[in-house]
Design a protein around this ligand. Structure first.
Ligand code: GDP
Length: 193
């Protein structure tokens, strides 16, 4: 079956979004690093599987080497299944993502989110960035343009609506994400004809 995966740093609202997408309840605010295995759920009809992958990046109380292991596991899973994964939803926190990216950009440092975005593309998985918590952001268009810029996409963000999806999972406002994912799924089906 075709697959859509969900990746993202911890605390960006991945569990909240999973609940919106699937109707299942998930332990939000769960002890970080506990969910280590990929979890599969039916989504958008019987033809697609939505896979929730463990959150990576900084987690309070989780040692550096464990965090690295988690990220390696995520990368390995995507690599091993790249053939059937059509879309990779990279969930980010719209309020803080640009600041975090800028803080971790340097000559020998690539921020997790930027790395993951390019990695998905490299293995042939269409990335869709779910920019979550937009309810907390005042200067939305500016933030989204900045994010595009950091990901190497030319602003304005409005020309990337298949890739950049501003949402508020907590408020159940995820139309932009559904649209973007549906777009890629349709494209993939058309390619199969
Ligand atoms: P996870 O670690 O990525 O699974 O993140 P959670 O789903 O547990 O959410 C982390 C925190 O962010 C929780 O306090 C959520 O209530 C909050 N959160 C999730 N989505 C949103 C959102 O769209 N807006 C706001 N303001 N908070 C959110």
């Amino acid at each position: 079956d075709a697959e859509v995966v969900l990746v993202g740093r911890s605390n960006v609202g991945k569990s909240t979004l999973m609940r919106e997408l699937t109707g299942h309840t998930f332990d939000t605010g769960q002890r970080p690093g506990v969910t280590r295995e990929p979890n599969h759920y039916d989504w958008a009809g019987p033809d697609f599987v939505l896979t929730d992958l463990p959150g990576f990046g900084f987690m309070k109380g989780v040692p550096e080497d464990v965090r690295e292991e988690i990220k390696t596991d995520v990368v390995r899973y995507v690599e091993a299944n790249a053939e059937k994964i059509l879309v990779g939803i990279l969930v980010v926190d719209g309020k803080s993502v640009v600041d975090i990216i800028d803080r971790h950009s340097g000559p020998d440092e690539i921020p997790h989110d930027v790395e993951m975005f390019h990695f998905l593309r490299e293995v042939g998985v269409e990335p869709v960035v779910a920019v979550n918590k937009m309810d907390k952001v005042d200067d939305g268009d500016e933030r989204l343009d900045d994010l595009c810029d950091r990901l190497g996409l030319h602003p304005p963000w409005q020309q990337w609506q298949e890739t950049i999806a501003p949402i508020s999972a907590k408020r159940g406002n995820i139309d932009a994400l559904n649209e973007a994912v549906r777009h890629h799924l349709h494209e993939a089906q058309r390619d199969d004809l």
